[in-house]
Design a protein around this ligand. Structure first.
Ligand code: GTR
Length: 417
């Protein structure tokens, strides 16, 4: 979703990382991958096999605890209050195709509070509306060029000093291609999006800013990192959506690209109210298998983004073989709900094959729960989507969300109808 910005950040971060660790060279050669064995999602830690749906629930809880403790960190239970204030609206967005609303959500936890601004587009139709929910990278005002969308300050995390800066009016609508709002509305779906730094600014602030600031807590080795904070923020948005009469809160599809695809997967794993989960090019720490050591690795991601995961995750830097779980088990936590994983051919950094194999290895859990999982075990050709209860495609082109991806997601979302 970030285009030039994200490419620049990635390049800068890669350069600075090479400064830190000269020896890091991503592997892009299947022949050079170490042999690896994936943990079986249907076998408990103590070796007992999972035989039925009931024992899967226990295994599910075990896996969730491992992912919390060793990878994303433990998020707090929410016992606070949420208020919603309408900030702006447009009853005739896109020449009457839909309604635009901007709503400020304030999360109140005792004397602490934190606000996040939602941008919503809902089609004009009768009946409850299924919606896609996802973070945007660059601010709500970049999603469409509607001048009524408030241009909030954005976080400059790329400059020498991390700071909030005024949004540039020239960026209005600059992320439209990543959101395809007209396509979404014309298919009868709504879109709810918010700026990801509104939930947690994306820099290593010692887990103090954003939703972290709602709690008094002492950081330890399994404290919630930014991915967990972003996922937690999505659950708070869902709390609010449950109160909006026009929205079908039983059909909220959580979607994210790249780091926000990792957050969407973790949100879907931790909050079973999300009806469907979509991961677009989520890669390492998202849908891709870590034990393959292909493209981005655990050591590299923890070094460049020390705030994304919990501190325990560092134990597996260059030691992926020691990981007690792998990412197919994260996907399995979404079962039996529909899940779509999308890769891009030129995005080898995110390991498309590792994302595909992860779907294959999650499928036995779907099957145990009476669902199809992914219908194939051989990687499909480029631009040839496959779908059962798990859907997958590898698109031509690079790390991005394109109209092609949205069209596949909309087709897949029709499974909820
Ligand atoms: C990269 C990072 C990836 C991915 C991406 C993004 O720099 O290595 O894991 O998350 O950023 O979020 O765009």
């Amino acid at each position: 979703m970030k285009t030039t910005g994200i490419i620049l950040t990635t390049l800068l971060m890669m350069l600075s990382f090479y400064g830190i660790s000269q020896e890091f060279k991503p592997n892009y050669d299947e022949a050079k991958m170490p042999p690896y064995k994936l943990p079986d999602p249907l076998v408990f830690e103590d070796g007992t096999p999972v035989k039925d749906k009931e024992s899967w629930q226990k295994r599910r809880a075990e896996l969730l605890r491992i992912f919390e403790k060793e990878e994303y960190g433990v998020s707090p239970a929410w016992k606070g209050k949420i208020t919603a204030t309408e900030l702006a609206s447009n009853p005739d967005a896109f020449s009457g195709m839909g309604v635009m609303k901007q709503v400020k959500l304030t999360l109140i936890n005792g004397s602490k509070h934190h606000s996040m601004n939602l941008l919503m587009y809902l089609p004009k139709k009768t009946g409850k509306i299924p919606v896609f929910l996802g973070y945007n990278f660059n601010g709500n005002y970049t999603v469409t060029d509607d001048p009524k969308i408030i241009a909030e300050n954005i976080w400059d995390i790329e400059g020498e000093k991390v700071q909030q800066v005024k949004a540039a009016d020239s960026d209005r609508g600059s992320s439209y291609n990543n959101w395809q709002v007209k396509e979404i509305l014309s298919r009868g779906y709504g879109l709810v999006t918010l700026y990801y730094c509104d939930a947690d600014p994306d820099f290593n602030d010692g887990f103090k800013n954003g939703v972290h600031s709602l709690y008094d807590w002492k950081r330890d080795s399994s404290s919630w990192g930014s991915i967990a904070a972003w996922a937690w923020g999505l659950s708070r948005v869902l709390d609010y959506l449950e109160t909006v009469p026009q929205i079908d809160s039983k059909k909220v599809i959580v979607m994210g690209h790249s780091r926000l695809g990792k957050a969407a997967l973790w949100a879907g794993a931790t909050d079973q109210r999300f009806a469907m989960v979509i991961s677009n090019n989520s890669g390492c720490g998202g849908a891709a298998l870590s034990k393959r050591i292909y493209g981005e690795t655990v050591g590299r991601i923890n070094t460049v983004f020390p705030h994304w995961f919990c501190d325990n995750y560092n134990k597996y830097n260059e030691k992926e073989d020691k990981l007690p779980v792998d990412q197919h088990e994260l996907l399995a936590l979404i079962a039996p709900r529909p899940l779509y994983v999308a890769s891009a051919e030129d995005d080898q950094w995110a390991d498309p094959k590792g994302e595909f194999l992860s779907c294959v290895a999650a499928s036995p859990v779907y099957q145990l729960l009476g669902k199809e999982g992914l219908p194939v075990t051989e990687m499909p050709a480029v631009n040839s989507p496959v779908s059962g209860t798990i859907g997958y495609h590898i698109r031509s082109g690079g790390h991005d969300v394109k109209l092609y991806d949205w069209q596949r997601y909309l087709d897949f979302a029709d499974k909820l109808r």
